[in-house]
Design a protein around this ligand. Structure first.
Ligand code: TYD
Length: 144
């Protein structure tokens, strides 16, 4: 399973750091929604779903957290600990976010508005969908 982590370019100077993200140029889709999680309670696991078509970039802009990605065949754990790194998550990829530090702020850039009908919240259903292969590329994405 290919994990795509973007390293954004910080514009640093003696005053500190600044990161600018432009849709399509720095982010491989049109950004229609931004949301973020903070004050996450210790021990909580968030996410626990996949999407039928949504693409996302996760950026832990403060603190740290872990993301478990699962394409139905393989699982990988990715640590997010720098505000300049972004984890790309394609559609048909089960994700779980956990081990949030107390100060963690996890920001998500999403390719579409919030549509409950785009969610796959049942893991068995997710496995059925990816194993039947009817959806296309099983969560892989190659930005090149
Ligand atoms: P939820 O889907 O449980 O978050 P996660 O899967 O990342 O742990 O979302 C929590 C609540 O926020 C739920 O009531 C739906 C709402 N919500 C929105 O209204 N808009 C959004 O863009 C998102 C992601 C969630």
């Amino acid at each position: 399973m290919q994990v795509i982590k973007y390293m954004f370019q910080p514009h640093g100077d003696e005053r500190g750091q600044l990161i600018a993200l432009e849709e399509v140029k720095d982010i491989p889709f049109i950004i229609k929604r931004v949301y973020y999680m903070y004050d996450t309670v210790s021990g909580v696991v968030r996410g626990k779903h996949a999407h039928k078509s949504l693409q996302q970039i996760l950026i832990c802009i403060h603190g740290t957290c872990k993301v478990r990605l699962d394409n139905g065949k393989e699982k990988k754990v990715i640590m997010l600990e720098k505000p300049y790194e972004g984890l790309y998550i394609a559609h048909y990829m089960w994700r779980e976010m956990y081990d949030f530090s107390e100060d963690a702020v996890l920001m998500v850039l999403a390719s579409d508005y919030y549509h409950e009908d785009d969610y796959i919240r049942d893991y068995e259903e997710f496995l059925r969908l990816v194993s039947s292969g009817g959806h296309g590329d099983e969560g892989t994405y190659d930005p090149t």
